[in-house]
Design a protein around this ligand. Structure first.
Ligand code: NAG
Length: 276
């Protein structure tokens, strides 16, 4: 590519902002469930967002799901919600590769128990983790308001290679009918030029582009994943999905996820053939 084309591409990319809710501000999605968007830039300029959620449990304490840049404004907001952290029940990480901001949260709230994916425990050594989400008893810790499941057909403990961000634990909060899903599912809540280049338009929901190599390397894996998603659709009465990238699907999320699975059928077949 010559310099002019590269400059043009950068100019196009630089115009992109995926602007839904305000960065770093807790937004109430449903009863006792707040979502907070964070900045996450690829190629330094395209802001594809990342997220955290805050859940108020029946005991009055707060469960923090994922972490984003802990700005002083966000710290103040969390301190106000949680009596300076005294009412934080736990901080958990559900995506193996969303690890960057945990240390800052630990420094801010050092007495709060932290739980992560097995990769969090391997990579963020400064935190005395209390357990990992590969353990069923940890996933069940905040039942019945909160349920956590691990997708079938994909590696959760040690996903390889390092850019395979497909898999994450899925969390469902019953009172707000909201699922918190990191990279596995992506929802475009705005149109943008860059997304158009990749054929994605406003209102599209897709599985993460790393679905291959994200799924296990045997022919049944794509169908194990598909059937697992269909079971989630059947079991969990959700209406919203908050997604790490790019934005949130608020209302009608069950129908949309069901359509996404149906539309992905040719992809599942192709990935299965490839694995024979
Ligand atoms: C999901 O879509 C299938 C068709 O692909 C349909 O039979 C089923 O009823 C739908 N389920 C829900 C919960 O929308």
């Amino acid at each position: 590519m010559n310099r002019t084309i590269i400059a043009l591409l950068i100019a196009i990319i630089a115009t992109v902002t995926i602007a839904d809710q305000k960065i770093g501000v807790p937004v109430l999605i449903g009863p006792n469930f707040w979502n907070i968007r964070g900045n996450f830039r690829v190629m330094a300029v395209v802001n594809i967002h990342t997220q955290m959620s805050v859940i108020k449990l029946p005991n009055g304490k707060f469960l923090i799901v994922d972490t984003i840049d802990l700005t002083s404004d966000l710290k103040s907001a969390l301190d106000r919600m949680t009596n300076n952290g005294a009412n934080i029940e736990a901080i958990i990480g559900v995506h193996p590769f969303h690890t960057t901001y945990f240390k800052a949260f630990y420094d801010a709230y050092p007495t709060v128990p932290f739980y992560g994916t097995p990769r969090h425990l391997r990579v963020v050594k400064d935190i005395p983790w209390k357990g990992d989400l590969n353990q069923q008893n940890i996933r069940n810790k905040w039942n019945p308001d909160v349920e956590i499941r691990l997708p079938a057909g994909a590696e959760f403990v040690n996903p390889q290679p390092e850019d395979n961000h497909f898999n994450s634990a899925w969390l469902f909060h019953k009172p707000s009918r909201t699922m918190h899903i990191d990279d596995t599912v992506i929802y475009a809540d705005e149109d943008s030029l860059v997304l158009k280049i990749f054929g994605i338009k406003k209102g599209d929901m897709i599985f993460h582009p790393k679905i291959d190599p994200g799924l296990y390397n045997y022919p049944a894996a794509p169908f194990e994943f598909r059937d697992w998603v269909l079971k989630v659709i059947k079991d969990w009465d959700f209406d919203n999905i908050v997604c790490a990238h790019l934005g949130n699907k608020l209302g009608g999320a069950k129908l949309k996820l069901n359509q996404t699975v149906t539309a992905a059928e040719p992809l599942f077949r192709k990935l299965s053939e490839k694995r024979k």
